[in-house]
Design a protein around this ligand. Structure first.
Ligand SMILES: NC(=O)c1ccc[n+]([C@@H]2O[C@H](COP(=O)([O-])OP(=O)(O)OC[C@H]3O[C@@H](n4cnc5c(N)ncnc54)[C@H](O)[C@@H]3O)[C@@H](O)[C@H]2O)c1
Ligand SMILES: O=c1ccn([C@@H]2O[C@H](COP(=O)(O)OP(=O)(O)O[C@H]3O[C@H](CO)[C@@H](O)[C@H](O)[C@H]3O)[C@@H](O)[C@H]2O)c(=O)[nH]1
Length: 443
């Protein structure tokens, strides 16, 4: 099938590559000239492990084509898929202006039936709004053209975007007509994943509910970690014990310094804003957000307490991206941590394999190291913010000899505490109270 993908961000690009791999022809529309230039030169505009090879393959064989205006390709495409951003407005609501603009562009240029698919994450009711916008644009042109408005939310994770796009655990399709159902069935016919057909509103809500639930699991375990710290229980063991119950499951119970990224914080806020507008407050979700907003600060208070003061202390910040395997720093906990350290007059040397250039734009004056060991050299403490493999695999024995003090604060519980203690470190994780103290009977 011929598909127009409007917006070549993480989602638009990963989805385009996956559809191309399944034999479709994808006309990718990107309005950012810089990005478009890169795409046309077969260069991915972001880092995503494993995607480059397939992206280059399909750019070369003509299954992926790149354009600036929807008008250039709309007549060739039966499916128009909207994958533009829906960032947070200052009041937490989803900013729908990009989706609305894409809809206006479609309404101004379509000449025959189209299946118009919203893949961007949008609040319940957006489908109706977009429907109206397109109809208004068609009316202005005195055109009566039928179309279907379909919701097909995306569940891919950054860092695993290609695998998730190629082999999704589920495909959710909200549509209201048999014709739309058949078009979408054909689109996904090559993919062996369960498909759930729903109404447009149900599909819109499923996306938010899924992210909100995963975020809830994280904030639940993070809040519990704070209590574990106080009472001498180890949250890693607690999560393991909980996760063995198949009704609970082990995933998304890793305590840490909070969830970041371009989705969880924004989507939780958008769902809360919708609930508030509908005068149906979601109290649990509000607490999820509150815990997340204070988790990094809670951790940094621990760091400060252990070091006495942070003033003029040299701190190695290891990891800047919101999670490993991506260069994305949107809502990353590292930003909160750097802010806290600067407020406390600490001297920072940061290291990240992929995110440094992005953070430099926000914090141009802190030091950036090219290797983990360079960051650790002479530091009073190492702070693990993102669990990159190369950070976990640091030679901690060697690192001890170049740190000026053997302090390691592990914001992701990614190191083996007993090994670190054996090496003679003062090691603290999240909800994993110091084993020394447990052995010495403080708990
Ligand atoms: N990033 C993720 O992991 C992820 C996963 C699932 C769902 N989502 C959702 O998918 C949507 C897109 O997310 P993203 O991270 O890919 O966003 P992004 O900001 O990385 O990319 C959006 C792209 O759309 C382009 N764009 C905006 N308006 C346009 C227009 N009218 N015509 C052509 N191009 C246009 C922008 O220039 C940008 O390149 C969001 O709603 C997000 O919540 C994201
Ligand atoms: O047990 C856990 C799991 C995750 N995280 C953090 O949670 C954040 C988000 O992680 P993850 O969900 O892996 O990343 P995203 O790429 O943001 O993916 C989420 O957001 C996407 C956008 O909506 C959805 O499509 C995905 O299904 C959903 O997992 C990161 O900061 C992680 O460090 C934890 O702290 N503990």
């Amino acid at each position: 099938m011929n598909i127009a993908m409007i917006g070549a961000g993480y989602v638009g690009t990963a989805t385009s590559v996956a559809f191309a791999e399944y034999g479709h022809k994808v006309y990718v529309i990107e309005r950012d000239w810089e990005k478009l230039k890169k795409l046309k030169m077969s260069v991915l505009p972001f880092f995503e492990e494993g995607m480059e090879e397939l992206f280059k393959k399909h750019s070369a064989n003509g299954n992926l084509l790149f354009f600036h205006y929807i008008e250039e390709v709309i007549d060739q495409c039966e499916i128009l898929m909207i994958t533009v951003g829906t960032p947070s407005l200052p009041n937490g609501e989803a900013d729908l202006s990009y989706v609305e603009e894409a809809a206006r562009q479609i309404g101004r240029s379509m000449n025959e039936y189209k299946a118009i698919v919203i893949k961007s994450t949008v609040p319940v009711g957006t489908g109706d709004k977009i429907n109206k916008i397109i109809k208004t644009e068609l009316k202005k042109r005195n055109k009566e053209i039928s179309f279907d408005l379909i919701s097909n939310p995306e569940f891919l994770r950054e860092g695993k975007a290609l695998q998730d796009a190629l082999h999704p655990e589920r495909i959710v399709i909200g549509c209201e007509t048999e014709k739309a159902r058949q078009v979408m069935k054909e689109l996904y016919s090559g993919i062996n994943s369960p498909i759930l057909f729903t109404t447009v509103k149900d599909a819109e809500m499923i996306k938010y509910a899924s992210n909100a639930f995963l975020a809830t699991k994280i904030s639940f375990i993070n809040e519990l970690a704070r209590l574990c710290d106080k009472v001498g229980a180890n949250v890693i063991q607690v999560a393991k014990g909980m996760g063995l119950d198949s009704r609970i499951g082990p995933q998304f119970l890793q305590a840490g310094i909070g969830f970041g990224g371009s989705c969880f914080p924004k989507d939780v806020k958008a769902l809360l804003a919708l609930a508030s507008a509908e005068k149906t407050p979601l109290q649990i979700l509000q607490a999820v957000l509150d815990v997340n907003e204070t988790q990094a600060q809670w951790f940094m208070e621990k760091v400060k307490k252990a070091l006495g003061s942070l003033s003029r202390k040299r701190i190695a910040v290891l990891g800047l991206t919101f999670k490993p395997q991506t260069d994305d720093i949107r809502e990353a906990s590292s930003l909160k941590i750097i802010h806290y350290l600067l407020q406390n007059n600490a001297c920072i040397t940061a290291y990240d394999p992929q995110g440094t250039e992005h953070v430099k734009k926000i914090y141009p004056t802190i030091n950036y190291a090219k290797t983990t060991l360079e960051a650790l050299n002479g530091a009073d403490a190492a702070l693990i913010v993102t669990e990159w493999k190369e950070i976990i695999e640091i030679d901690w024995k060697k690192a001890k000899s170049i740190l000026s003090q053997p302090f390691v604060f592990d914001g992701r519980n990614c190191l083996d505490a007993s090994v670190m203690l054996e090496l003679g470190y003062h090691y603290e994780g999240v909800g994993t109270p110091n084993l020394d103290e447990r052995i010495n009977g403080s708990f």
